[in-house]
Design a protein around this ligand. Sequence first.
Ligand SMILES: Cc1cc2nc3c(=O)[nH]c(=O)nc-3n(C[C@H](O)[C@H](O)[C@H](O)COP(=O)(O)O)c2cc1C
Length: 444
Amino acid sequence: MKNGDLHTLNQPLTLPCGTVMKNRMVKAAMTEGLAAPDGLPNERHAKLYRTWAEGGCAVLITGNVMIDGSHLERPGNVILDHELDEAERSAFSAWAEAGSAEGCQVWMQLSHPGRQTPKSVNPHPKSASDIKLRLPGGQFARPEPLTTGEIGQLVERFAAAALTAKECGFSGVQIHGAHGYLISQFLSPSCNRREDEWGGSIENRARFLRKIVSAVREKTGRNFAISVKLNSSDFQKGGFGPEDARQVVKWLQEGGVDLIEISGGTYEQPRMLEFEGIEPVQEIKTRASTRAREAFFLAFAAELAAQARAPLMVTGGFRTAAGMAEAIAADGISAIGVGRPMCGDPGCVGRMLKQGADLPRFEKSLGSPRSFLGVNSPIRLIKIVASFSVMAWYYDQIVLLGDGLENDPDTRTFTRFLALQGRESKWMKARRAWLEQQRQVPAD
Ligand SMILES: Cc1cc2nc3c(=O)[nH]c(=O)nc-3n(C[C@H](O)[C@H](O)[C@H](O)COP(=O)(O)O)c2cc1C
């Protein structure tokens, strides 16, 4: 670890919109699952984000906030899908304020899950086309294709949510265009089979994302940070690939996006967490010299950065200060996203920025990537349950932070998975009861 590396990571960054990030470190979006059935942020969000803000990052990107309450990604999502009343506004403002401690900024990640949501959460999902997720276990319903009118309404919802986020004190938004959620479904030729202006060529598949970006910019003005999280590839045969990603990055830059976060993968091929998917991975051809490094998507992002005008951020696998500093100094990356280390050790980035300490690798103790019975089991159902079980460990750590408690090192993930299933089905029942109660209250 060289002194120069610490200097590199601590350098401020001015984004095209004029926002200054105090250093190069960003907490990547992680779904919190902490909202009550009303979908509002609460004191647990405030506690969690204050803790993270004190942890040293320049920007905290929130977990995915749903722009349509009828289409949740998971129980406990924050929902922002209507004009807020005063009390609701203060709930969002309190969240933004908590995450803005110590000169930190909070950007709200806005998303719609499309078909990528369990049946138990949404038995009637919508997507670009009626292509079901190819995961065993019957957990996911066949989606219904969105009509042209519905697509237009969703564009407006993204823009309205972004404006509300700005009014409530968030200093930016991130549009979730990655990981197989709705925007990513539109981008992918394997699940977007539309024959109208929203499907077919990459121009058409990217239209939904580009319209959202311009509607958000129009509503929020020039001085508000807009980020997009984009896959470098879906790593699936016939899916959104690196050629598509290069073109979309070009358009996003022309569209005035301030920070493009490069990630990759979907539920079917969860490369963002370095889990194996259900099919052989379609690798991206990249320069061999960078291939062996710790970060999953760096080689591709470095190639993009060579031609890019807007700042790029890369997330996935970064754990060493030297690796991150090199990505910035040698590969032209502007910011580094960190996810899992922040769940079990919220102060780790601050220690790295001061003393050069590397970040914890919780993934090592949660099952080796080569283990036979686990996330890389040859038995598809075991592989999937094991991946969701590992996620349950991270979800639990987020809940503990929200409650102001210490991280729990017990790594028996399967029991956590079962407990999570129980909690989430209880939440869904409470949500249905809440919606029913809302229907009975006459509108003013
Ligand atoms: C518990 C958990 C929740 C996540 N939720 C989201 C999310 O809401 N939105 C998103 O874009 N990525 C989400 N991710 C992916 C992370 O943002 C990040 O891309 C991934 O964890 C890889 O980075 P890491 O190796 O630093 O953890 C989540 C990851 C974890 C572990």
